[in-house]
Design a protein around this ligand. Sequence first.
Ligand SMILES: O=C(CO)[C@H](O)[C@H](O)COP(=O)(O)O
Ligand SMILES: [Fe+2]
Length: 227
Amino acid sequence: MAQINPSILSADFARLAEEATAVEGADWLHVDVMDNHFVPNLTLGVPIVESLSRATETPLDCHLMIEDPDRWAPQYVEAGAGSVTFHVEAAAAPVRLAREIRAKGARASMALKPATPIEPYEDLLPELDMLLIMTVEPGFGGQAFLDIMLPKIRRTRELISKHGLELWLQVDGGVSESTIERCAEAGADVFVAGSAVYGANDPAEAVRALRTKADGTIASAAWACNH
Ligand SMILES: O=C(CO)[C@H](O)[C@H](O)COP(=O)(O)O
Ligand SMILES: [Fe+2]
């Protein structure tokens, strides 16, 4: 079954609590944390995550696009995030960090930028609850989906199956009604969508439409049938 995670990067930051409840049917609320160092953009930090976790029943999926996640990621768990994603390109000790996130009670997730291959990290997969494959260069919402990431999604799904893992495979960037089926067919089961949800007239309806397309594709996808 697909999970649809709207990204509040495309929401109105002055009305975050309202925007969070506008997508009540969503599985998780995706929160993009950017520090203007790891990526050339600046968004929000621990205090806003703390407030948001009190303002919505939907669990928070925090995507940290920051330097030194080894220092900061545990604070996002304490702030109420149910899932914390760090970038492997920024982490000094990804295994220790994943274990610390899990020990503090959240799901541990690791992200790969488009130019980062999955193969060197095969042995780390059992340490993770989710792997995030970026389908745009991180930093901004509203960018075009990178089709060249589809083979990496496919190879990652093969590794997950090979090791018999329950790991979720998330895609983030340019996911819309016109690209979600390609991602699902390749092996993704968790879908982040910013502009496709918050840019729609009815965000909750946009979530339902994305879910219908992803579920339909997963139901007949070879990777899910063999699962
Ligand atoms: O991590 C991100 C950007 O770095 C965002 O989650 C992502 O871009 C969502 O926005 P959109 O669906 O509009 O591409
Ligand atoms: Fe994100």
